[in-house]
Design a protein around this ligand. Structure first.
Ligand code: SF4
Length: 406
């Protein structure tokens, strides 16, 4: 019988300082998010950054696409500082970063990292000159750079060259494999060029995003052979459950292989939807994999024909609501509370067992069972609740447990 193995050891990378956040080098995997406001709207952008940080984002990327956006960046930073938010801002540059960064030094200084897409830095002989300006800006302002390749904007000249070479080869690869090679080569060659220009390896982060999971896995397994810190993301994941499933499975596989130093979920929110869902997904993914802890976890069974009512579902929802409401206060007063585990189970089949595995758990009575709900604390049955106020009494027991333990 084979023994289930732990995750693979983390890919060895240098620690990269992004403002006050360190990623890579064995540091915890960092959650990041991106705004969808017009960066030129300084107030709206600062508010959305604050919302993303409040949801758990530890770094926030904003697009810097126009002179007006570049002019607003320092103001966004100042507004966040005034709110007591020190999460670093990352500038996303495409096409004109080589002009905006030198023209707006306050923008260059306010950002903690520049994201550069080698596929749109400039074509032909302009590419190297414009890429050089971007790296010189990073050197001048002592900033990190993410070389972020995306299959939607991969360097077309490099891709054409590789396709030609492949066509002449005796054993040609599929177009898909050549595209994967182009993504990796674009990122790695750009990183090596940046190092030649004087940027240290611990100032460089790489990403190569695709929206197809097999491509993403292949590309990141190649990138994990390089010495650079890696930003993971499935690009254009889409909307709804499919996007959540695709993102979690792609990133989960790579994280289990020890690959990835920061993650972002590229979810498309529904109209009027909450942008912070992409952050909640990243936090939930890392916590469910046991890689980070952000908030107490509630384990609840799905319910089945043995449950007499949906009471246990409502109890699980009430507890989740209570946790969300109290978490900011708990975090201040009870350090480590994010590691708490709670079980809410529907009947005697798995209820006592699962409740014993949690720090505190309740096993509600199923159909035909004695109408009492045993409560387990640290693996021991301590009491049994019954009557109208099981929810309130269990929440009180949770509060008492937190006060005692954290
Ligand atoms: S614990 Fe009981 S109620 Fe919950 S899913 Fe299992 S058998 Fe059904």
């Amino acid at each position: 019988m084979s023994i289930i193995r732990e995750y693979r050891p983390r890919h060895a990378t240098p620690a990269v300082a992004i403002g006050n956040v360190k990623m890579g080098g064995g540091n915890p995997v960092v959650v990041q998010a991106m705004t969808d406001t017009d960066t030129a709207d300084e107030v709206a952008t600062a508010i959305q950054c604050a919302q993303l940080v409040s949801a758990g984002a530890e770094m926030v990327r904003i697009t810097v696409n126009t002179p007006r956006a570049a002019q607003a960046v320092a103001g966004v930073r100042a507004r966040l500082d005034d709110m007591g938010i020190d999460a670093p801002l990352i500038g996303d540059f495409h096409f004109n970063g080589h002009k905006l960064l030198p023209q707006y030094p306050a923008c260059a200084a306010a950002l903690a990292k520049y994201r550069i897409n080698p596929g749109n830095v400039g074509r032909g002989d302009k590419h190297d000159a414009q890429f050089t300006i971007l790296i010189e800006q990073a050197l001048q302002h002592n900033k990190a750079v993410r070389i972020g390749v995306n299959w939607g904007s991969v360097d077309q000249e490099l891709l054409a060259t590789l396709m030609d070479e492949n066509a002449r080869s005796k054993q040609p690869q599929s177009a898909q494999v050549v595209l994967q090679q182009a993504l990796v080569q674009s990122a790695v060659q750009s990183a090596q060029f940046a190092e030649q220009l004087g940027l240290a390896a611990d100032k460089i982060v790489l990403s190569c995003k695709t929206s197809r999971i097999p491509d993403l896995l292949a590309v990141y397994r190649e990138l994990a052979q390089t010495p650079y810190a890696l930003h993971l993301g499935l690009t254009e994941a889409g909307m709804g459950l499919r996007a959540v499933a695709a993102t979690a499975s792609a990133l989960g596989i790579l994280l289990a292989e020890g690959i990835g130093d920061t993650i972002r979920a590229s979810l498309t929110p529904p109209a009027g939807g909450d942008r912070a869902e992409e952050v909640q997904l990243c936090c939930a993914l890392l916590q469910s994999m046991g890689l980070r802890a952000f908030a107490p976890q509630v384990t609840a069974c799905p319910g089945c024909g043995r449950t007499t009512s949906d009471f246990f579902r409502r109890l699980a929802a009430d507890i989740q609501t209570h946790i969300s409401a109290k978490l900011p206060q708990w975090k201040e007063q009870h350090p480590g509370v994010e590691n708490l585990t709670i079980a809410v189970m529907g009947c005697i089949v798995n209820g006592p067992g699962e409740s014993r595995h949690a720090d505190i758990g309740i096993s509600l009575p199923g159909s035909g069972e004695n109408p009492v709900a045993p409560v387990y604390i640290d693996g021991e049955k301590t009491t049994a609740l019954k009557g109208e106020h099981i929810a309130e009494e269990f929440i009180t027991l949770i509060e008492e447990y937190i006060a005692r333990r954290f």
